[in-house]
Design a protein around this ligand. Structure first.
Ligand SMILES: [Zn+2]
Length: 266
């Protein structure tokens, strides 16, 4: 429990909550703007994990996110799920993104009861977050639970919904607080989760650890060298050497079979 935070942390917390800092987003066309979803997520995380608040700020400030707000929202909700799994000590971690309200609804009810009061509170916050997301994330109102679909027929026409910008920020702030609570409990690394919004696994959004491997150029001069990595969920990835935010899923076993590191992590 942190009943009293040192003055420096209080300053940091005020800055987290009141000062919109300049996280940079680079869209495909090179247009740069701020990311309210990233800001809200980082502010929530820094508020709940005040010991690392300054580091969380710095990571968010240095991010040059290439994803649009809706995709970032999916990433932060999935980050909250990973954090909840770690706090509850439940494996495996979620291996795909929470992309719609139905999946959020399932997540809301996915954890067994735990005994530790701090974990109970954090998981309750996660459950509230997922229930809110189930109703707001779309594409169907209320997560579409109970919607009867024919397995072979066309999907019935239902008016789809999208979260408003204000709701995206609300969900992102709550997701950040769940991740920050997990960070404060030592269950996850909130800074790594902020970093993963820009440089995470494209399949599940999890933080990636470079594996130290390097593919040979298939045809020298025609293919850029790539480095290999693995996300904490276990997806094998590679990216052009020296790049950020460009991890790609590797599903070619033969390619990885050529890598000396694949035998130790695959
Ligand atoms: Zn992954």
């Amino acid at each position: 429990m942190r009943d009293v935070a040192p003055a420096s942390q209080l300053d940091c917390r005020r800055r987290c909550l009141r000062t919109p800092w300049s996280a940079t987003v680079v869209y495909g066309g090179g247009v740069t703007t701020s990311s309210p979803v990233l800001d809200a997520f980082a502010a929530g995380a820094a508020d709940a994990d005040s010991d690392r608040g300054e580091a969380i700020h710095q990571e968010a400030e240095s991010s040059a996110v290439t994803l649009e707000e809706r995709e970032l929202l999916v990433r932060v909700l999935t980050a909250a799920s990973r954090a909840a799994s770690k706090m509850a000590k439940e494996k495996p971690l979620r291996s795909s993104l929470i992309s719609d309200g139905d999946e959020a609804f399932i997540e809301a009810n996915s954890f067994k009861p735990v005994s530790e009061p701090e974990v109970q509170r954090a998981l309750a916050s996660f459950g509230e977050l997922m229930n809110l997301a189930a109703g707001e994330l779309g594409p169907l109102p209320g997560g579409g639970v109970g919607q009867v679909k024919s397995p072979t027929g066309p999907t019935p026409t239902v008016e789809s919904i999208e979260p408003t910008p204000a709701m995206r920020d609300e969900l992102a702030g709550r997701a950040g607080r769940v991740v920050g609570m997990a960070g404060a409990l030592g269950a996850t690394d909130a800074v790594a989760e902020v970093r993963a919004l820009n440089d995470g696994c494209p399949v599940c959004g999890a933080p990636v650890t470079p594996a130290g491997g390097r593919h040979q150029q298939i045809a020298p001069g025609t293919e850029p060298a790539v480095e290999t990595g693995q996300c904490e969920v276990g997806h094998k990835l590679d990216r052009p050497e020296g790049t950020v935010g460009q991890w790609r899923a590797v599903d070619d076993d033969e390619l990885w079979g050529q890598d000396p590191f694949s035998s130790t992590i695959g």
